[in-house]
Design a binder for this molecule. Structure first.
Ligand SMILES: *Cc1c(COP(=O)(O)O)cnc(C)c1O
Length: 389
């Protein structure tokens, strides 16, 4: 283990916390029942565990437990929210607004709906990665049924102004969905204060297991209608059929419980690590921070480096640190990601970007090793160039 690269890719996924794993284990073996079995103790104990996580997740976002629908992750939650609303409300209107820096799990369902005839407006973002609320104001149409804007960006970490967007949507009786995959457990989320009608969650970005997530679906003021995207036994009040995955659900709950309990101190620690990394890197010339400098996730540092080739930088870092250039889904591609492009970055001949995702198990020592490796790699790549920095 010790000679493996330092993991700084926490936006792609995170390890399962040992405390989370310990909570999950009994639900694979002795407490293996189907939560839908109502006539024996095996079912009851599984159902009790599911109920506990449902309440915990609801409390985490100031919702009610009946408003939590378990899914396989945020991708499925986004699909259910966007396609489910489109199908349920198409007679009211067929226009949806989103932003250019969304995860593909939001953009692709929107593009699919466009192919079916829906109107999709994809708003650009400002240079700092934040939505321009004036542009949102101008994008509303009488037939707009849904706005989908993410809570925290998976590449540049910026936090969108959810409360402002929610208020604008609520005033117009337009539903507001947010993809909070990167945000749950990391920043305060409140569906009432922020006027959020649908919220996608996932466990594996917050030290929980992969393959489990949830969609919050508002039940009153207004009651959101949702057309199920997966039909079957009628689980999750008909919105998402399929036997509930009890161990993963238990792990999801434990992961969020821990993250909330440690949120404040952990954010301070991560901010200090991020600033330590940035302080060292920014001693070099021609290095830029992507995304709003303050309004961002504590653990995110996304930089662009002039005068080096993206693939060469990635190769130089690889033995020492596991990071991503752009997003994990497209990291084989060294062209600037669509998120960075949306910030108005042009692509100079030699140009590289790196996303550092600092997490729960990273230490000061690791940050210093990574900083040194990045600096020496950048310097040696640049020394082979004619331009001096
Ligand atoms: C990781 C991520 C997703 C996908 O979540 P899965 O649970 O892996 O399906 C969606 N949106 C954002 C912003 C993410 O970071």
């Amino acid at each position: 283990m010790s000679n493996r690269p330092i993991y700084l890719d926490s936006h792609a996924t995170t390890p399962v916390d040992e405390r989370v794993l310990a909570a999950m284990i009994p639900y694979f073996t002795e407490k293996f029942g189907n939560p839908a079995s109502i006539s024996h103790v095996y079912g009851w104990e599984a159902e009790a565990a599911v109920k506990q996580t449902r309440q915990l997740l609801a409390d985490a976002i100031n919702a009610a437990s009946e408003e939590i629908v378990f899914t396989s992750g945020a991708t499925e939650a986004n699909n259910l929210a966007i396609k489910g609303v489109a199908e349920a409300y198409f007679q009211k209107g067929q226009h949806i607004i989103t932003i250019a820096t969304e995860h593909k799990a939001v953009l692709d369902p929107c593009e699919y709906l466009r192919s079916l005839g829906f109107g999709i407006t994809i708003l650009p973002v400002q240079e700092n990665g934040l939505i321009d609320l004036n542009q949102l104001e101008n994008a509303f149409r009488p037939d707009t049924i849904l706005v989908s804007v993410m809570a925290a960006n998976n590449e540049i970490g910026v936090l969108q102004p959810l409360a402002e967007i929610g208020k604008m949507c609520s005033d117009r009786q337009i539903l507001f969905h947010t993809d909070a995959a990167q945000a749950i457990g990391k920043i305060p989320l409140d569906i009432e204060e922020m006027n959020i009608d649908l919220m996608s969650l996932t466990a594996h970005k917050v030290y929980g297991p992969k393959g489990i997530g949830a969609l919050y679906v508002r039940r009153r003021n207004p009651k959101v209608q949702l057309a199920p995207q997966q039909h079957g036994g009628g689980h999750e009040r008909g919105m998402r059929s399929g036997t509930l995955y009890t161990p993963q659900i238990v792990g999801f709950g434990k992961a969020v419980e821990i993250a909330l309990a440690e949120q404040e101190t952990e954010n301070q620690r991560l901010t200090a690590l991020r600033e330590r990394l940035w302080k060292q890197l920014s001693n070099l010339k021609g290095i830029y921070l992507n995304g709003h400098p303050q309004q961002r996730l504590a653990g995110n540092l996304n930089i662009s480096v002039e005068g080096v080739d993206g693939a060469a930088l990635s190769l130089g870092l690889q033995p020492v640190v596991a990071v991503s250039s752009g997003s994990a889904c497209s990291s084989a591609n060294t062209a600037p990601s669509y998120v960075l492009t949306a910030l108005g970055h042009s692509a100079p001949l030699a140009y590289a970007s790196v996303r550092f995702g600092i997490g729960r198990f990273n230490t000061v020592e690791e940050i210093d090793i990574v900083a040194q490796q990045a600096i020496s790699t950048i310097q040696s790549l640049r020394s082979s160039l004619v331009i001096t920095y």
